[in-house]
Design a protein around this ligand. Structure first.
Ligand code: 13P
Length: 334
């Protein structure tokens, strides 16, 4: 199949009314933190059991169109021997893969970070594709403080995300570009709005420079919120208004869908905020989710590593996915 047709087909599978993406691509240190919170040791076997549980959830594809996996998961199998990416496909869910190699300090920009992983990306993508992945994710982070993100960090991070996206498209893999403005800090919502606007403006300029086809890419941004140590948290209507205002200024209408990360919001907050956005007037793009914690937290708490709790954990995940499906249509009731 021609590359453009392949990309278009994946986009159509990922962008569906009432559905969103499940981020289950925690790196080993990150999943260890999540497991630690429920008293489970992060061994390869426990990770296999947990991710099998997620993918075996009855009806997963009712509300989930795509799942982002970590490298290790591509090779793992269920107890019955089905490869996990194959199981995704049997559930009607497109498999994707996190391809960045994590972040580290950006030289000469104190407090800022840059994401690694471009070297050899083209070859790695060919391997992931052979294992069943049809889309990819790369996350960059931006810290809000009095002096960050610096103009250098904004430019360098935009460039890296655009290079990643261009390489993905050349391999027939749909790129999700994830510029996460972290919620840590005391800043107010206006400061988050200003930073988000600068970050997204630079990102879309870089995507244009690198000739990324916006029709075949997805954006995974953070919502515009006050910092988590700000004394007043914002209501969903305010988060929705500020977020959509910044997105309308910076994101071209050619991009099919914006799939938010949850970034440390509670499951209920993340769903309520998405719902409030979809309750506004129709926007040029779909407004959906690509949540990690906000979808998985209730399932992890129900599971606690006990095989007897698998069905309860799956029910918790299915319920949360359904509520976010409702928020996609602006029909979520708290
Ligand atoms: P959260 O929704 O937990 O922020 O995770 C999304 C993600 O994929 C972060 O890279």
């Amino acid at each position: 199949m021609a590359i453009q047709d392949e990309l278009q087909e994946t986009i159509e599978q990922l962008v569906q009314k009432g559905k969103g993406i499940l981020a289950a691509d925690e790196s080993n240190p990150t999943i260890a933190k999540r497991f630690d919170a429920i008293g489970v040791e992060s061994t390869e076997e426990q990770r296999r059991r947990y991710r099998s549980l997620i993918l075996e959830t009855p009806g997963l594809g009712d509300y989930i169109s795509g799942i982002i996996l970590f490298e290790e998961t591509l090779e793992q199998r269920t107890d019955e021997g089905t490869l996990l990416p194959e199981l995704a496909s049997l559930q009607g869910v497109v498999a994707g893969i996190k391809v960045d190699k994590g972040k580290g300090p950006l030289a000469n920009a104190p407090g800022d970070e840059i994401t690694q992983g471009l070297d050899g990306l083209e070859q790695r993508l060919a391997g992931y594709k052979a294992q069943g992945a049809r889309f990819a994710k790369w996350r960059n982070v931006y810290h809000i403080s009095s002096h960050t993100p610096s103009p250098l960090a904004v430019e360098a991070n935009a460039e890296v995300l655009a290079r990643y996206a261009a390489i993905c498209q050349s391999q027939g893999i749909v790129p999700i570009v994830e510029p996460e403005v972290l919620m840590d800090g005391e800043h107010d919502i206006q400061r988050c709005a200003e930073v988000s606007e600068v970050v997204l403006h630079a990102l879309f300029h870089a995507l244009h420079r690198h000739r990324v086809v916006l029709e075949h890419a997805l954006l995974k941004p953070s919502m515009v919120t006050p910092g988590n140590r700000h004394p007043h948290q914002a209501r969903p209507e305010e988060v929705a208004r500020e977020t959509v205002r910044i997105l309308r200024r910076t994101v071209p209408a050619a991009l099919p869908s914006i799939n938010f990360l949850s970034g440390g919001q509670s499951p209920e907050q993340a769903t309520a905020n998405l719902n409030a956005m979809n309750a506004l007037a129709p926007q040029p793009w779909e407004l959906s989710f690509s949540y990690g914690r906000a979808l998985q937290q209730p399932a992890l708490l129900a599971w606690k590593g006990d095989p007897d709790n698998v069905a309860a954990a799956q029910a918790a995940l299915y319920r949360r996915a359904g509520l976010n499906g409702a928020a996609r249509r602006g029909e979520y009731q708290t």
